[in-house]
Design a protein around this ligand. Structure first.
Ligand code: ZN
Length: 154
Protein backbone atom coordinates (compact mmCIF):
# COMPACT_ATOMS: atom_id res chain seq x y z
CA UNK A 1 0.00 0.00 0.00
CA UNK A 2 1.88 3.05 -1.21
CA UNK A 3 -0.86 5.28 -2.54
CA UNK A 4 -1.43 8.92 -1.68
CA UNK A 5 -4.11 8.09 0.89
CA UNK A 6 -1.47 6.18 2.86
CA UNK A 7 0.82 9.17 2.57
CA UNK A 8 -1.91 11.45 3.88
CA UNK A 9 -2.52 9.15 6.84
CA UNK A 10 1.18 9.02 7.68
CA UNK A 11 1.61 12.77 7.34
CA UNK A 12 -1.37 13.37 9.65
CA UNK A 13 0.05 10.94 12.21
CA UNK A 14 3.49 12.56 11.96
CA UNK A 15 1.95 16.01 12.48
CA UNK A 16 0.23 14.76 15.61
CA UNK A 17 3.51 13.25 16.88
CA UNK A 18 5.43 16.47 16.22
CA UNK A 19 3.35 18.21 18.88
CA UNK A 20 5.34 16.22 21.44
CA UNK A 21 8.74 17.16 20.10
CA UNK A 22 11.33 17.88 22.74
CA UNK A 23 13.13 20.52 20.73
CA UNK A 24 13.90 23.46 23.05
CA UNK A 25 17.29 24.10 21.40
CA UNK A 26 16.61 24.03 17.67
CA UNK A 27 12.93 25.02 18.09
CA UNK A 28 12.36 22.79 15.03
CA UNK A 29 9.73 20.15 15.72
CA UNK A 30 9.72 16.94 13.71
CA UNK A 31 7.29 14.05 13.73
CA UNK A 32 7.64 10.65 12.07
CA UNK A 33 5.09 7.93 11.45
CA UNK A 34 6.27 4.45 10.45
CA UNK A 35 3.85 2.07 8.75
CA UNK A 36 4.30 -1.66 9.20
CA UNK A 37 3.16 -4.34 6.79
CA UNK A 38 0.31 -5.27 9.11
CA UNK A 39 -1.10 -1.74 9.03
CA UNK A 40 0.14 -0.57 12.41
CA UNK A 41 1.58 2.95 12.62
CA UNK A 42 4.29 3.85 15.13
CA UNK A 43 4.97 7.53 15.73
CA UNK A 44 7.68 9.55 17.40
CA UNK A 45 9.02 13.08 17.67
CA UNK A 46 12.51 14.47 17.77
CA UNK A 47 14.20 14.22 21.16
CA UNK A 48 16.88 16.83 21.72
CA UNK A 49 19.43 16.95 24.50
CA UNK A 50 21.22 19.78 26.29
CA UNK A 51 24.49 18.38 24.99
CA UNK A 52 23.15 18.90 21.44
CA UNK A 53 25.16 16.04 19.90
CA UNK A 54 23.03 13.44 21.67
CA UNK A 55 19.85 14.70 20.05
CA UNK A 56 17.79 12.12 18.18
CA UNK A 57 15.69 12.69 15.09
CA UNK A 58 12.04 11.64 15.06
CA UNK A 59 12.67 9.03 12.36
CA UNK A 60 15.45 7.42 14.40
CA UNK A 61 13.34 7.38 17.57
CA UNK A 62 10.40 5.82 15.71
CA UNK A 63 12.53 3.16 14.05
CA UNK A 64 14.27 2.33 17.35
CA UNK A 65 10.82 1.79 18.85
CA UNK A 66 9.87 -0.45 15.93
CA UNK A 67 13.10 -2.42 16.21
CA UNK A 68 12.70 -2.78 19.97
CA UNK A 69 9.30 -4.37 19.38
CA UNK A 70 10.84 -6.87 16.97
CA UNK A 71 9.19 -5.34 13.93
CA UNK A 72 12.07 -3.83 11.94
CA UNK A 73 11.47 -6.19 9.00
CA UNK A 74 7.85 -5.04 8.81
CA UNK A 75 8.56 -1.39 7.88
CA UNK A 76 6.99 -0.42 4.56
CA UNK A 77 6.62 3.38 4.61
CA UNK A 78 7.48 6.39 6.75
CA UNK A 79 5.93 9.85 6.88
CA UNK A 80 7.95 12.83 8.08
CA UNK A 81 6.95 16.40 8.84
CA UNK A 82 8.78 19.26 10.47
CA UNK A 83 8.80 22.95 10.98
CA UNK A 84 9.98 25.83 13.12
CA UNK A 85 8.02 26.04 16.36
CA UNK A 86 5.82 29.02 17.09
CA UNK A 87 5.63 30.63 20.55
CA UNK A 88 3.22 27.88 21.64
CA UNK A 89 5.58 25.12 20.52
CA UNK A 90 3.58 24.15 17.46
CA UNK A 91 5.48 23.40 14.25
CA UNK A 92 4.80 25.79 11.39
CA UNK A 93 5.64 26.08 7.73
CA UNK A 94 4.53 24.74 4.38
CA UNK A 95 7.78 23.35 2.94
CA UNK A 96 8.10 19.54 3.03
CA UNK A 97 10.93 18.23 5.19
CA UNK A 98 13.04 15.23 4.24
CA UNK A 99 15.09 12.89 6.41
CA UNK A 100 18.66 13.92 7.25
CA UNK A 101 21.52 11.80 5.99
CA UNK A 102 21.81 9.83 9.21
CA UNK A 103 18.11 9.00 9.16
CA UNK A 104 18.32 7.86 5.55
CA UNK A 105 20.92 5.36 6.71
CA UNK A 106 18.70 4.30 9.63
CA UNK A 107 15.71 3.86 7.30
CA UNK A 108 17.97 1.79 5.04
CA UNK A 109 18.56 -0.63 7.90
CA UNK A 110 14.83 -1.36 7.99
CA UNK A 111 14.64 -1.47 4.20
CA UNK A 112 17.37 -4.06 3.77
CA UNK A 113 16.31 -6.16 6.76
CA UNK A 114 12.76 -6.16 5.40
CA UNK A 115 13.81 -6.71 1.81
CA UNK A 116 11.85 -3.78 0.42
CA UNK A 117 12.40 -0.23 -0.81
CA UNK A 118 10.78 1.79 1.98
CA UNK A 119 8.61 4.65 0.75
CA UNK A 120 9.36 8.02 2.35
CA UNK A 121 6.59 10.64 2.47
CA UNK A 122 7.89 14.15 3.17
CA UNK A 123 5.35 16.67 4.42
CA UNK A 124 5.23 20.04 6.05
CA UNK A 125 3.81 21.16 9.36
CA UNK A 126 1.00 22.88 7.50
CA UNK A 127 -0.55 22.77 4.05
CA UNK A 128 -1.01 20.03 1.50
CA UNK A 129 2.45 19.72 -0.04
CA UNK A 130 3.62 16.11 0.17
CA UNK A 131 6.51 14.48 -1.67
CA UNK A 132 6.95 10.73 -2.16
CA UNK A 133 10.33 9.09 -2.60
CA UNK A 134 11.53 5.51 -2.55
CA UNK A 135 14.45 5.31 -0.13
CA UNK A 136 16.66 4.03 -2.97
CA UNK A 137 16.31 7.47 -4.56
CA UNK A 138 17.20 9.33 -1.34
CA UNK A 139 20.13 7.03 -0.51
CA UNK A 140 21.48 5.43 -3.69
CA UNK A 141 24.18 2.76 -3.51
CA UNK A 142 23.58 2.44 0.24
CA UNK A 143 25.82 0.54 2.61
CA UNK A 144 23.76 -1.74 4.79
CA UNK A 145 23.19 -5.11 6.38
CA UNK A 146 23.67 -6.87 3.02
CA UNK A 147 27.26 -5.61 2.93
CA UNK A 148 27.88 -7.39 6.23
CA UNK A 149 26.37 -10.63 5.06
CA UNK A 150 22.87 -10.08 6.41
CA UNK A 151 20.05 -10.42 3.96
CA UNK A 152 16.34 -10.10 4.18
CA UNK A 153 15.26 -11.26 7.64
CA UNK A 154 11.46 -11.30 7.39
ZN1 ZN B 1 17.62 12.65 11.05
Amino acid sequence: MTDSSTGAILIAAARHAARNAHAPYSRFAVGAAVMLNDGRIITAANFENASYGLSLCAETVALAMVSSAGDLARVTEIGIVGGAMDSDGRPTGTSPVGPCGRCRQVINEAAQIGGRDVIVWCGAAEGDAVERYPLSLLLPHAFGPADLGLGKMN
